[in-house]
Ligand binder design. Structure first.
Ligand SMILES: Cc1cc2nc3c(=O)[nH]c(=O)nc-3n(C[C@H](O)[C@H](O)[C@H](O)COP(=O)(O)OP(=O)(O)OC[C@H]3O[C@@H](n4cnc5c(N)ncnc54)[C@H](O)[C@@H]3O)c2cc1C
Length: 383
């Protein structure tokens, strides 16, 4: 594989800078061990782990900046170790461990804002939540615990539910995490190019050729991490196990000085969620079951109003809170490929050595550190 790195210096195409205020754009290598398409949080995680293992990596992002155009740019970034999905649970535990560890980041700081995380569930799930808390604490040495009986936990009204409280969890800024991983990837030799949309991926001589307007990169392997664009991808990047784009819309409300602080929160019964944004605002969300809309679809005012109404059961102060903003984006939704590598985190595309990441179903920040590590391992094993 590493022959590509040696050849990269001799065979180059010139790329123009799409955004003079963005990261510097230089020459596009003509060859690479692995091309990662998409520089959202997933592509950045994969690129970081590949480059750390010595692969010659090229990251191609259509937007002028990484971590801005897709789901990552609008994401709330809530992270917690508990996940009810058994396939995601180990990824979430390892993800929280990574986000808490200052030694893993170019900045030298752990990205986690440990405001706590409250997972609300039906009281019938108390035994399940207690077992999960024990498992999490055994791995992470944390103080996760179940609150059953009180009406409130960590500033979140439980609305008749019980809660798994993780005081050491909270949220990260997804764009900041993305930038840090790309910085580490660059330091390990990766080439990151923004403003370079991939137009197609073709099989040439048994290997994938990644076609862009700025030149073609011949790759040992390709990882497609194009988020909701995977629902209607460019030729050569269609996942064998398809994903669909689903809307995610959140609101931002003001939190006055009299309102108590609160942890991040998700209610497994309803899908409602919230997180503090700084000291004086709160992001609120409710599932927005709109499928296959364009990634840039406009906000839905009816859903915004319904979100505030639904969340008042957990935050009574919302009744008089100023409503500040609505953010609409989308994520890729789909089932894991049971036959795919990396425990279903990857699926084929029909083009040899071209893999697509799975749909993250609205939870890809939480799992990205460990998903990126496992995907990098699998790509290097299968290429
Ligand atoms: C509003 C919102 C709130 C969320 N809250 C949470 C949360 O609290 N916790 C959590 O864990 N998850 C959350 N999520 C989900 C999480 O943010 C996503 O799962 C994750 O960001 C997906 O990252 P990605 O890199 O796979 O995709 P994206 O961030 O969408 O990145 C894909 C990238 O690929 C690029 N691209 C596409 N096509 C091409 C092409 N042809 N050539 C080159 N580049 C291309 C795009 O420009 C984009 O930058 C939320 C998502 C949203 C939208």
């Amino acid at each position: 594989m590493h022959g590509a790195r040696a050849r990269a210096g001799r065979e180059r195409a010139i790329v123009t800078d799409a955004d003079p205020t963005g990261p510097p754009v230089g020459e596009l290598p003509a060859v690479a061990d692995v091309v990662v398409v998409g520089a959202g949080i997933t592509g950045a995680a994969v690129a970081h782990h590949l480059a750390r293992r010595g692969a010659a990596v090229v990251v191609l992002e259509q937007a002028p900046r990484p971590g801005a155009a897709g789901a990552t740019g609008s994401s709330g970034g809530m992270v917690r170790a508990y996940d009810p999905d058994p396939a995601s649970a180990p990824l979430a535990v390892a993800g929280l461990a990574a986000y808490r560890d200052p030694g893993l980041w170019a900045s030298g700081r752990a990205p986690l804002r440990a405001v706590g995380a409250v997972t609300v569930a039906d009281p019938g799930r108390e035994a399940v939540l207690r077992a999960a808390a024990d498992r999490i604490n055994a791995v992470l040495g944390t103080s996760a615990h179940v609150v059953a009986g009180p009406a409130e936990a960590a500033g979140v009204g439980l609305a008749g539910g019980i809660a798994l409280v993780e005081p050491e969890a909270g949220w990260v800024a997804p764009a900041e995490v993305t930038a840090d991983w790309l910085e580490q990837a660059r330091a390990d030799g990766a080439v990151v190019r923004c403003g370079v949309p991939v137009r197609a991926v073709e099989a040439r001589g048994g290997r994938p050729a990644v076609v862009t307007g700025a030149g073609t990169v011949l790759a040992g392997a390709v990882v497609s991490a194009v988020g909701p664009w995977a629902a209607d991808p460019v030729p050569g990047l269609r996942p064998v196990v398809p994903v669909r784009s689903r809307s995610i819309q959140v609101g931002v409300v003001g939190r006055g000085p009299a309102v108590p602080d609160h942890a991040t929160f998700v209610d497994l019964r309803t899908g409602l969620y919230a997180k503090p944004v700084g000291a004086d605002r709160t992001l609120i969300g409710m599932p927005h079951l709109v499928w296959d809309a364009p990634v840039g679809a406009p906000p839905d005012p009816g859903h915004a109003r319904a979100t505030v109404a639904a969340l008042t059961a957990h935050f009574p102060w919302l009744v008089s809170a100023p409503y500040l903003d609505t953010v609409r984006a989308a994520d890729a939704y789909g089932a894991p490929d049971r036959d795919g590598p990396a425990s279903g985190l990857l699926t084929g595309t029909g083009v040899p050595h071209v893999w697509a990441v799975r749909g993250w179903n609205g939870g890809g920040v939480k799992t990205a550190p460990e998903a990126g590590r496992r995907i990098a391992d699998a790509v290097l094993t299968h290429t």
